[in-house]
Design a protein around this ligand. Structure first.
Ligand code: NDP
Ligand code: OXD
Length: 308
């Protein structure tokens, strides 16, 4: 049994060292030095070149280094073998931290105090108690639910939207189009943690922004494809939205001449909201391989029909 590793943004040697702590006998080949393709029956990948996985005649398992699998599903040649996505405590804790950071940034006036410091001005500003601030989370899955739980511990009011109704302690659950319409007008901040699918592409658009209360903030930590960029700029520029924190973009890296970089109401991070740290996530890869080898049911399987 041989694992193919293919990612241009992850360090194969570090992953090998971490995975072999759990599976010392594992043979791992690193793309493009893959040797005899017939040996390979498992692949661990992030954005592999289209067609690569289809060129492996004995492939039986794909493990995604990312939680979001739309880059894989967009490859029409993707083999019909089980596809396991990344769900790990490290990734989840990272994301909850990013979301908390962005909520606090806007609620606790971090940029305003930065400007006051730059002017050597000692000037307390008013902020509402967290218990009066409502955060809506689009997507109450692994990352959305954990982020909501973390914000609850800080006393924020939490609303969450998912395809099916959810029961997350302290989080009011909404689902379906009617649920979204009911939730949006109540959100002081809206956090997107949806998978990118045909149904969710472009969901952060003019209509959604108009349904948010004036002065709302949008945080997108999911995928650039969720956001209609021109609609965000228009909603910010006419003063309806107060600001946006963006971690993900339609084109990554974000081109140097993109208007988001210099927009005074946009805060940017370069797709780092949650990282699949090998030291924290190799065990999940090893578990998937072990289950696969022993014919046990696989956890975190992607439902290709749903797209996540
Ligand atoms: P999950 O699959 O665990 O959760 C997805 C959630 O979205 C579920 O609650 C699901 O509802 C809901 N959902 C899906 N489609 C719809 C829809 N059409 N309408 C309403 N709700 C919907 O995903 P994760 O939480 O693990 O990850 C979410 C996304 O975060 C990933 O797909 C990825 O794009 C992004 N991500 C970004 C990172 C970054 O660094 N910026 C890092 C990691 C992930 P239901 O439960 O009812 O099915
Ligand atoms: C992921 C990501 O999907 O890093 O895990 O965006």
């Amino acid at each position: 049994m041989t694992l193919l590793f293919c990612s241009s943004s992850d360090n194969a040697d570090v992953w090998r060292a971490e995975i072999t702590k759990h599976l010392p006998d594992l043979e791992m080949r690193v793309w493009p030095d893959i040797g005899d393709v017939a040996d390979i029956d498992m692949a661990l990948v992030w954005k592999p070149p289209a067609g690569l996985l289809a060129s492996l005649p004995n492939l039986r398992l794909i493990v995604s280094l990312g939680a979001g699998v739309e880059p894989l599903l967009e490859d029409p040649t993707l083999p019909e073998v089980p596809l396991v996505r990344m769900v790990s405590e490290g990734l989840t804790v990272d994301m909850a931290g990013y979301v908390a950071l962005q909520v606090l940034r806007w609620h606790r006036l971090v940029d305003e105090y930065g400007a006051l410091q730059a002017a050597s001005r000692w000037q307390p500003l008013d902020h509402r108690p967290a218990s009066d601030v409502t955060v809506g989370v689009l997507g109450l899955g692994e990352l959305g639910a954990a982020s909501a739980r973390t914000l609850r511990t800080m006393d924020y009011r939490l609303l969450g939207w998912s395809r099916s109704p959810k029961s997350v302690e302290g989080v009011e659950s909404f689902s379906g189009a009617d649920g979204l319409a009911a939730m949006l007008p109540r959100c002081d901040l809206l956090v997107c943690l949806l998978p990118l699918t045909a149904e969710t592409r472009g969901i952060l658009n003019a209509e959604l922004f108009a349904a948010l209360p004036a002065g709302a903030v949008v945080v997108n930590a999911a995928r650039g494809g969720h956001l209609v960029e021109a609609d965000l700029l228009a909603a910010l520029d006419r003063g309806h939205l107060r600001g946006a924190s963006l971690d993900v973009f339609g084109t990554e890296p974000l081109p140097a001449d993109h208007p988001f970089w210099r927009h005074p109401k946009i805060r940017i991070t370069p797709h780092v909201a949650a990282i699949t740290h090998p030291s924290r996530s190799a065990v999940q890869v090893a578990d998937a391989i072990t289950a696969f080898r022993s014919g046990r049911p696989l956890a975190n399987l992607v439902d290709r029909r749903r797209g996540y």
